[in-house]
Design a protein around this ligand. Structure first.
Ligand SMILES: [Zn+2]
Ligand SMILES: [Zn+2]
Ligand SMILES: [Zn+2]
Length: 144
């Protein structure tokens, strides 16, 4: 995992993105901030407090508003499921490893892709809207 111990503050992140701080948005964002790896909508749902009565439709709506405002990154898997992680300065763009057996996606260290993105940012030749670099196979736990 590439995230440092330092974490974003959910309230400040929503404010910075121009989103009002509803209880549900705060709950979903806090789950993503605290996660130790990318999460699916179902993972997020499992981690919500049942008392908050957040359903899957609400989670998808919140995730799409976060994605639109670039608070989070959407990581597609080859099984048609998307995973989500913070797109903040604590979590610079990096490649991922996806285990097809346990369906867990792990973050890999940011290699030269970050440097490449800096180059893209300084050049007006290309406009990069999304970057997806994914490696998949079988992780150690599933091989044992
Ligand atoms: Zn952060
Ligand atoms: Zn695995
Ligand atoms: Zn990641």
């Amino acid at each position: 995992m590439t995230q440092t111990n330092e974490h974003c503050n959910a309230a400040e992140t929503l404010q910075g993105a121009g989103l009002s701080q509803t209880t549900q948005r705060m709950a979903v964002l806090e789950i993503i901030i605290k996660a130790d790896g990318p999460l699916s909508a179902a993972d997020i749902l499992n981690r919500t407090d049942p008392k908050q009565k957040i359903n899957k439709v609400t989670i998808y709506r919140i995730l799409s508003s976060f994605k639109e405002r670039r608070i989070i990154r959407e990581l597609p898997t080859d099984q048609g499921m998307n995973l989500y992680e913070m797109a903040c300065r604590h979590n610079p763009i990096h490649p991922h490893f996806y285990c097809k057996t346990c369906r867990i996606m792990s973050c890999l260290p940011p290699l030269t892709l970050s440097q490449a993105m800096d180059w893209f940012a300084g050049s007006n030749a290309f406009r990069i809207d999304d970057v997806h670099v994914n490696l998949s196979g079988v992780c150690r736990r599933c091989r044992e």
